[in-house]
Design a protein around this ligand. Sequence first.
Ligand SMILES: [Zn+2]
Length: 353
Amino acid sequence: MSRTLSGVHSRGFDLPQDPPEMAELGHWMKLQQVSDNCFAVLNERNRACDANSGLINLGGGVVIDTQSDLPHARRMIELFGKVWPGMPGRVVNTHEDGDHVWGNQLFEGAEIIAHRTVRDLMPKVADPRETQQLIKAADRFLSRMLLKAVHPGALAIARQLQEDFDFDGIELALPTTVFDERHVLDLEGTEVHLIYVGPCHRVGDTIVHVPKEKVLFAGDVIFRECTPMGWNGSYDRWLKILDLIIWLDPDVIVPGHGPVCGIEGAMEMKAYLEYVRDESSRCFGQGLTSLQASKKIDFGPYGAWHSPARLYVNVERAYRELRNEMKDAPWDRARTFDAIHAVAKARGLEVEF
Ligand SMILES: [Zn+2]
């Protein structure tokens, strides 16, 4: 069954035009109305850290995820500002990754809501100083040469992030309200269900369902037209949560990354994960390492997605399960980006994350 989203696009109101000074970021960031009261800001370039945000424009407004840096967060506020009456009083973080929380500080005095684990994990997973230091290292001649020799992938992602973002001035604003399994907001009679679904991509994964509007904000449980990178959790859990999303039967899904979709987006993610798990298992049986497997596995229809070499992360995750390792064993991020870099090079692809 395939669903068209023509209704979503044609339902839009007349939105005011962008001021010219916002043209540069405005080229990539778009506001889209997805139901009567729900909106999305989409980062259409869809490279690493190009996360989406949502707005439920009721009950004083709820913003879902706050972008990767302050210029993007300010641009998001400009775009949502076209339809909201004033800065919203509530922010939801769908998980602990920096690209979803680094604009929190601009919502001064807002209630910031997330799963209980996010408050503890955000300072570890999304410490902005780590990214700032990596970018500084890429800027200095000696450390850049060292990175090039030892961690070419880390250098490559630092350069890409530097092109796309400005991480100056970010200070973590942690959740002020946490919940365990479910949290329900009543916005002028419209219920918003925050459902804990972690760990499938990150420990704190939460989906935001607005049943009355048939809209679901999926966070990074769904990537669209770009290769997912899941850091925590298991394949079984992720597939089960995608089934839950399909069962909830929203008309519109706003994924964490990539364009708005219907439930076909959840089905496609399921198909990708099942495919990678099967292929990984086959390669594991042949005695290949996860890096060798990632250089060999046919991308199939997913080769057209952005950054197909990020496949390595998903193969390594499958290998961790096949080796009966702890699912939440920490990742060495520099080595992980080196591996993605190596996969891209080996397959003759442009190195892009
Ligand atoms: Zn993300």
